[in-house]
Design a protein around this ligand. Sequence first.
Ligand code: ADP
Ligand code: GLC
Length: 502
Amino acid sequence: MTKKPTMSVLFATPECAPWAKTGGLGEVSAGLPPALYELGIDIRVLLPGYPSVLDQANGLRRIATLPAEFGLPEAAILRGRLPTGLPALVLDCPPLYVRPGGGPYLDERGLDYADNALRFGLLSRVAARLASMDSPLGWFPDLLHCNDWTTGLAPAYLQSGLERPAPSLMVIHNLAFQGIFPLEIAPELGVPPAVVEAEGFAHWGRLSFLKAGLYYADRIVTVSPTYAQEILGEHLGCGLDELLRTRRDRLSGILNGIDTAIWDPRSDSFIDRHYDADTLEEKRANKRALQIELKLAEDDHVLLLGMVSRLTGQKGVDLVIEALPALFDRPVQVVVLGTGEDKFERSLRDAEGRWPTRMATVIGFDETLAHRIEAAADAFLMPSLFEPCGLNQMYSQRYGTPPIVRATGGLVDSVGDFSPEGLRDGSSTGFVFTDPTATALLETIDRVLATWSDPHAWQQLCLNGMARDFSWGASARAYIKLYEELCKRGEIEAVEAGASRG
Ligand code: ADP
Ligand code: GLC
């Protein structure tokens, strides 16, 4: 890109693939900034220096030291380049981020780090400093783009004494994770408890990082339009619906994109046989390869259902587990790859023991297998109880693997339910059901089986999904529109403030 950047943005995130990824946010942080850059935004990604980041980033160079503040330790900013070539600002603070054996949020036993308030308080604080004239970098972004609770205090810091703060955008990837800590930690974060109480970001007598972000940010974005509506209600509002309703004029949803280079059945290096819309029959070879790899019966005449997911209540894993006995009365095989709650892992392993040729359970995080499942499965299971956006349903469509999804959040916004008309006009790309029950899931799988038994209809359904464009361009353009509105508003407010002072 040779165009002069039109705007500069600091993108603060707790994870960015491939250096740090626990789920969709890591992928979004890797995919959205390059798409924004392509459209002329000077964007830099700020993320903590976990061991996986320090190990994988080449040529990191210290460009600033940030003194200790409040109860937060001294830190440094290291400049490097992400694999996409974009500038990365790595927040280096070994006492907080170098925890061998653990992940970004959890230790090796799967427990939250006891000092997560300080770990992500520092990330928030530094994000805010770098988005103000108090930045030591000599680069002043026009806007701060925050992601989830881990950056939630940044919009609050921006409005508490930093010089010439940039406007902020708070993106909610998952309202269920809020970063709630005892109020006593507030002074260590430089936030007086009285402010927490008075300004409304206390949550049942505790400090909520996300609530602070939602309270102070200039704009709030969720990762799909439907989720933006759903969180205004009590059911999915996670206790924050009242605040969100007061800010609904600042709230909107932008559907995520996916990395169409990494997720491309024509060139995916993890899969056995490449294919595209003209060679869809090659999928069969991938199905057979996976059946062999996972020791399932080698059978073309069973419907192979894939699932790749965190194994938590959010993802509807319990519906799948409950449906399994009845499912195996039908010509179906199931492959599940995931990690998460013990009870789900145990039930899924037990199911594999009970139906060894019909069910494969792989507990762990395995990028390669995730791709192989997308390429091999006939259909993909994603019966989430709620889903702010979800990425796998989009990968599935790209891989000619119609997704079976619940009608919630981003699943509504990215999957078209099967109907004869939809098949013809291209809008049907999968199967959508509403009731969060195993019965509704089973009824839907019966619909899937009926369609699958008609090869012509099935092929058309796959092709409809493969024809969809889920690349990042559309999302990036929608974010830029918001950025522009925000910056314009910031300029007007600055002029008005100047006029009233004068
Ligand atoms: P969430 O972020 O809520 O977990 P998303 O659908 O946005 O859900 O993103 C999850 C991403 O993580 C997907 O790309 C999915 O393939 C990947 N993923 C989840 N669990 C695993 C796993 N066990 N192994 C490999 N990839 C996984
Ligand atoms: C969260 C949500 C998921 C979304 C992802 C990326 O993890 O649970 O639905 O796709 O963030 O935005």
